[in-house]
Design a protein around this ligand. Structure first.
Ligand code: SF4
Ligand code: SF4
Length: 410
């Protein structure tokens, strides 16, 4: 919290103090995806900060349009990254949303995706069932979509993740020559990024680490935290800490950048377990020089998720790792348009804005004529994959860790 926030102060005072740091310079505006789309101050970081401050000070009524402008924020943190006054925008928007829930100004019930991610095994079983041959087409048919639209489920079915095919390549026996590290599978990523977790284990074992993945892990709570459901986020954090209580690890690696910030700054804040983004961890390990990667003469467009760039601040690590694969041609997508529109469960709740951002991202990506699109966050991977299929583009969406492990010399 900024120095102007007193310990034990009310949520209203904390919001007002966080907002007070903003000097209204507007330097963040060109970096905000919703401002770029709407060209409206109300859809900008500066506008949202002003709304939050005025609401907390009782100078503004929480009208439907004000609440919608606050809800339209993707929590991409592009504004926080570029702000010269170091406004803690992430803390401001989550504190504001939690206060709006606690005071009954927005509904308190958990949203459907939030309820599902709290049960990764059930979620995995549903995803596997929905991807059975024939069933996926049926669920995504117009008739079923029309039936489920009143229940708000049509968009979820339209954007169903495809689960990766796992080659049964054996992972070498675990060794602990260089110590133990934990690996965080997450909730939806536990199913949709299974290939990533296997690839990560393969790379880490090749580097001499013992990899610990406690079975009882669940969701990091990012969806709950960003929607203002602090109680649910705390509940999930407590369960995760318990899952790792006996793990004897001091490093927990995260391969989905969307989970990183919540794990580091909420779940394991103050813990002896240090949360690290896996690309940054691998790129910083000198032992990576001992690994050899097979050449791959392909063109890759690299999309950097907002959380990779603005929260983990590890955007350069992916490029450094991929540069180890000889002959690989890498086209990094430019920072704007930035957010692809996935943003946790945002793409389910705000289809129009999300689809516009996805279209912008895929237009830029497809202009590179890539054979694969690389991205390091599970939500972006799912959303961009569905977008490419809608365009009938023959471009696979791959996680950098999968590509690295695939090219690793045995
Ligand atoms: S959030 Fe930062 S960059 Fe944006 S208007 Fe406020 S002070 Fe300026
Ligand atoms: S978090 Fe992203 S969408 Fe929200 S105000 Fe900041 S830049 Fe805009």
């Amino acid at each position: 919290m900024p120095a102007n926030v007193k310990a034990g102060s009310t949520a209203e005072a904390r919001i007002a103090a966080l907002a007070d740091v903003c000097v209204k310079c507007g330097l963040c505006l060109p970096h905000c995806p919703t401002y770029r789309l709407a060209a409206s101050e109300a859809e900008s970081p500066r506008g949202r900060i002003a709304f939050a401050q005025a609401l907390a000070q009782g100078k503004l009524e929480p009208s439907a349009s004000v609440l919608a402008h606050l809800d339209n924020c993707l929590a991409c943190m592009a504004c926080e990254r570029v702000c010269p006054s170091q406004v803690q925008y992430g803390k401001l928007i989550t504190t504001t949303r939690a206060w709006l829930r606690d005071t009954g100004k927005i509904p308190a019930g958990a949203r459907m995706p939030g309820r599902l991610v709290a049960h990764p095994r059930l979620l995995g079983a549903l995803l596997r069932a929905a991807n059975l041959p024939g069933l996926r087409q049926l669920l995504q048919s117009r008739a079923i979509g029309a039936l489920l639209r009143p229940f708000g489920l049509a968009r979820m079915l339209a954007e169903l993740p495809r689960l990766p095919r796992i080659e049964s390549a054996a992972i070498p026996a675990t060794v602990s020559a260089r110590g133990k590290v934990g690996l965080f599978p997450g909730c939806i990523a536990a199913s949709a990024d299974r290939d990533v977790h296997l690839a990560a284990r393969r790379l880490l074992v090749a580097l001499g680490y013992e990899v610990v993945v406690p079975a009882a892990q669940g969701c990091c709570g990012a969806l709950a935290l960003h929607s203002g459901d602090a109680a649910q986020a705390d509940h999930l954090a407590q369960a995760l800490r318990a899952a790792f209580a006996d793990s004897r690890i001091d490093t927990l690696l995260v391969s989905a950048s969307g989970c990183f910030g919540t794990l580091r700054h909420h779940v394991f804040s103050g813990s002896k377990i240090r949360v690290r983004e896996i690309h940054e961890f691998l790129a910083a390990d000198d032992a990576i020089d001992t690994l050899t990667f097979r050449p791959l003469a392909e063109r890759m467009a690299v999309h950097t998720p907002c959380t990779q760039r603005n929260v983990a601040r590890a955007d350069g690590a992916i490029a450094r790792l991929l540069a180890r694969i000889p002959l690989l041609r890498i086209d990094a997508l430019p920072a704007p348009p930035g957010c692809c529109g996935a943003a946790g469960d945002y793409f389910l709740r705000h289809p129009d804005i999300a689809d516009s951002l996805r279209t912008q991202t895929l237009d830029v990506a497809c202009a590179c004529d890539p054979q694969q699109l690389i991205t390091s966050n599970v939500g972006c991977r799912i959303f961009l994959d569905n977008g490419l299929r809608q365009r009938a583009a023959q471009v696979a969406v791959t996680h950098p860790i999968v590509l690295l492990a695939q090219q690793l010399e045995n």
